[in-house]
Ligand binder design. Structure first.
Ligand code: NDP
Length: 256
């Protein structure tokens, strides 16, 4: 037994939302390479992503679902438990949306959609996953928060997004406190700027891009695998004594 064995996930079943692109895809790659059976979920099916993992010899499955629908998170968990042979060892709530805009004229519909997807769906998926995890007396929940849940990053106005991510952090810490004695760990990752579809416009923007990079001590955006590697740590026995943590992965953004 070496320390590297603590990062293995052989025999573990993991459900990852927002799994076929961006940060979610980086997380799937990390968990699958560590030996997990990963059940990918997204709103838009991408069979080519599944095929690529299968060709590489990884055990993967897929469930489609729009997590804005209140019934969907529980359905995803239920289907994942079926696929996983009655178990769910790891739940990664990664699906999320960003919407910028001044609070004084932020549309009610935009606010609702943002909260439905970024916060309410996370609560519902955690709630559903607690069923199998409590029966198993084990399980790991990982929620993807943001540095925007810790600081009000600029120059883009995004109060609603920031509030949704701060709530995800506190939900995570509360679950860690409430379920530690049942063998369930709950952690979050707070990414800084990661190069994905969500940030491509901002990183290319002549005003926002330079501000984002200049305010990051490392002066560059991270990659989805920077988050995948952190996720592997938090989902594996390597972090067996870690719960309630919000792990910041941000190139130093929040140190200033
Ligand atoms: P992307 O925009 O690249 O991808 C978003 C993912 O969320 C997609 O997989 C998408 O699925 C899924 N998703 C969005 N809406 C829904 C929905 N209604 N139902 C199901 N799935 C949905 O984002 P990122 O990869 O950048 O972000 C992933 C997470 O990381 C988000 O929670 C985001 O807030 C967070 N984050 C990102 C940062 C960054 O710099 N990129 C920084 C901090 C946090 P589909 O492919 O089917 O559309």
């Amino acid at each position: 037994m070496t320390v590297f064995d603590l990062f293995r996930l052989d025999g573990k079943a993991a459900l990852v939302t927002g799994a076929t692109r961006g940060i979610g895809l980086g997380i799937v790659e990390a968990l699958a390479e560590a030996g997990a059976h990963v059940i990918l979920s997204s709103k838009v099916p991408k069979p080519e992503v599944l095929a690529r993992f299968r060709e590489a010899g990884h055990k993967v499955d897929y469930i489609q679902g729009d997590v804005q629908d209140p019934a969907v998170p529980a359905r995803l968990v239920e289907a994942a438990v079926d696929i996983g042979g009655g178990r769910l060892d790891i739940l990664v709530n990664n699906a999320g949306v960003a919407k910028h805009g001044e609070t004084h004229d932020f549309a009610e519909g935009d606010y609702r959609r943002l909260m439905d997807i970024n916060l309410d769906s996370v609560f519902r998926a955690c709630q559903a996953a607690l069923g199998p995890m409590r029966r198993q007396k084990s399980g790991v929940i990982l929620n993807i928060g943001s540095i925007s849940g810790l600081v009000s990053n600029i120059p883009q106005p995004q109060a609603a997004y920031n509030a949704s991510k701060a709530a995800v952090h506190m939900l995570t810490r509360s679950l860690a406190s409430d379920y530690a004695d049942e063998g369930i760990r709950a952690n979050a990752i707070a990414p800084g700027y990661i190069a994905t579809d969500m940030t491509s416009g901002g990183l290319a923007d002549p005003v926002w891009g330079p501000v984002w990079r200049d305010m990051t001590p490392m002066k560059l955006a991270g990659s989805p695998m920077d988050i995948g590697a952190a996720a592997l740590y938090l989902c594996s026995p390597a972090s067996a004594y870690v719960t309630g943590e919000v792990l910041v992965v941000d190139g130093g953004y929040t140190v200033r």
